[in-house]
Write a protein that binds this ligand. Structure first.
Ligand code: CMP
Length: 138
């Protein structure tokens, strides 16, 4: 059993596709172990994406991530990290496989609907950034 953090980003909430994204996780056999809607401040988005702070897109990414509410989730299952990333598709929706979340729903590589942890260590950091132990079931 593995856990990963998923975010439906502000563009996904604005487009009314929260359920669309969540239903893909459920159909793939991932379990929702925690879920809540939050609206990050700019500082909270900067803390979450601190690993990208030297990137040229850091300012605009954190503006975007704090521009409206997000849905943050813990997904659990076998190979949850990889499964989630396969369901999302490539960062740039134009490069993502047809049938993936980003190809089907996203506009560009910044506003790309969903985030998913990329490794067990980042999943541990990202889950603990939003959830405490009492908020995660299973
Ligand atoms: P995410 O999986 O949340 O991880 C980092 C985010 O940075 C990524 O999705 C995109 O939203 C964003 N991102 C990555 N590369 C670029 C880029 N070249 N330009 C703008 N945003 C980017």
């Amino acid at each position: 059993m593995e856990s990963t953090l998923s975010i439906v980003k502000p563009d996904g909430v604005r487009k009314n596709v929260i359920g669309n994204v969540v239903s893909r996780f459920e159909a793939a056999g991932l379990k929702i172990a925690a879920m809540k809607m939050i609206h990050m401040t700019k500082g909270e988005a900067e803390g979450f994406y601190a690993v990208h702070k030297e990137r040229p897109f850091f300012g605009s990414l954190t503006d975007f991530m704090s521009s409206g509410p997000c849905v943050v989730m813990v997904l659990k299952g076998e190979n949850a990290i990889k499964k989630n990333r396969e369901l999302m598709g490539a960062t740039d929706p134009a490069q993502a496989e047809p049938g993936t979340i980003r190809r089907d729903l996203a506009d560009n590589k910044e506003e790309n609907i969903a985030h998913g942890s990329d490794a067990p260590e980042t999943a541990a950091f990202e889950i603990s950034y939003f959830f405490n132990a009492f908020e995660i079931v299973g």
